[in-house]
Design a protein around this ligand. Structure first.
Ligand code: NAP
Length: 293
């Protein structure tokens, strides 16, 4: 995957404020809801978002009501007249198994200029575009859950070369969520899914493991958890703020014969953690490929 991307740094760049028209969002579950909240918190007028979800959790429903976001349980209940401009974006944030029926249902609600985004893991562009007219532009996207806070990593791959306006519109949608990476090949998307798509959960598990190991060493569990959270946050900030490699950062904090080195010797013995991570990410990668076949 080396060199397979072009990076656009997000975090709400002011020139990326969205002014591109309506977003029709299908699915306001965990990821769709996170994107919805981030869009409305930052760059997007809530009146330009229409949400379709059969049964969002009550808290999300309340949240949408408070912001007067248009919400409907199904596309068939969406009021509209032929005078309405089609949405600028259709965003499919439903489970992979629900993508086909969702696109089919959305067909009559979009126009030829609508950019069709899908964030469904493993579902190829060809699959979600197949019910739509030839020439409809699709963008396969893989965000991750820190998108809610603007610290996400979103990889994008378009079904055809984009015009400058389409690229700007796509980045306007994705950049409030965090950093944006344009992939050079769709095949890289399964690796992205295994790394950044599923990755936040790996770090949450690491936090659990560090908390529990700290508690086993006699720390109060609540303190151990706070220390684990803050340590991951701090290390993440260092990774983000410096150009130094992860290896250089690790070496800089492990003095020979010291405590850190004693722990790393075990983690790195016979590449113990590296091998486990390779196996774990290969399992995620295989699952993404299975979904796509
Ligand atoms: N969670 C993540 O961190 C993450 C990261 C990257 C990508 N993704 C991708 O994001 C997608 C959604 O994942 P998720 O974790 O957010 O799942 P989720 O919490 O189950 O959300 C999906 C939502 O879509 C609703 N829905 C089902 N059919 C629909 C339809 N026809 N029209 C509109 N809404 C419909 C579901 O309602 P019901 O529950 O009633 O079916 C549910 O509320 C998946 O394809 C996943 O691969 C997720």
């Amino acid at each position: 995957m080396k060199g397979a991307m072009e990076r656009h740094r997000g975090f709400g760049d002011s020139e990326m404020i969205r002014d591109e028209g309506v977003i029709l969002l299908l699915g306001a579950g965990r990821m769709g809801g996170a994107m919805l909240e981030r869009w409305t918190d930052t760059a997007t007028d809530p009146k330009t978002i229409i949400v379709i979800d059969p049964a969002p959790p009550p808290s999300r429903q309340r949240w949408m009501d408070e912001r007067e976001i248009a919400f409907f349980p199904s596309l068939s209940s969406l009021p509209g007249s032929s005078d309405d401009a089609p949405p600028a974006f259709l965003v499919l944030a439903v489970k992979p198994s629900q993508v086909a029926e969702s696109v089919e249902a959305a067909r009559s609600h979009i126009g030829e200029a609508t950019l069709v985004f899908s964030i469904a893991a493993g579902v190829p562009l060809a699959a979600f575009l197949s019910p739509l007219p030839r020439g409809q532009i699709g963008i396969r996207a893989m965000p991750n859950s820190p998108a809610r806070l603007g610290y996400g990593a979103t990889a994008l791959f378009p079904s055809a070369p984009l015009t400058a306006d389409q690229k700007r519109a796509a980045e306007g949608l994705a950049s409030p969520l965090g950093a944006v990476f344009w992939l050079k090949e769709e095949a890289a998307m399964d690796g992205v899914t295994a790394l950044s798509g599923s990755g936040p959960a790996y770090l949450f598990h690491l936090a659990e493991c560090m908390r529990d190991a700290g508690a086993a060493l006699g720390l109060e569990k609540a303190l151990a958890e706070q220390l684990a959270r803050q340590t991951i946050l701090g290390a993440g900030a260092m990774l983000s703020e410096t150009e130094e490699s992860p290896e250089a950062l690790r070496e800089a904090v492990s003095s020979p014969g010291g405590t850190t080195e004693a722990a790393l010797r075990l983690l790195m013995k016979d590449e113990a953690l590296a091998r486990l991570m390779r196996q774990a990410m290969t399992a995620a990668w295989k699952k993404a490929r299975e979904i796509g076949t």
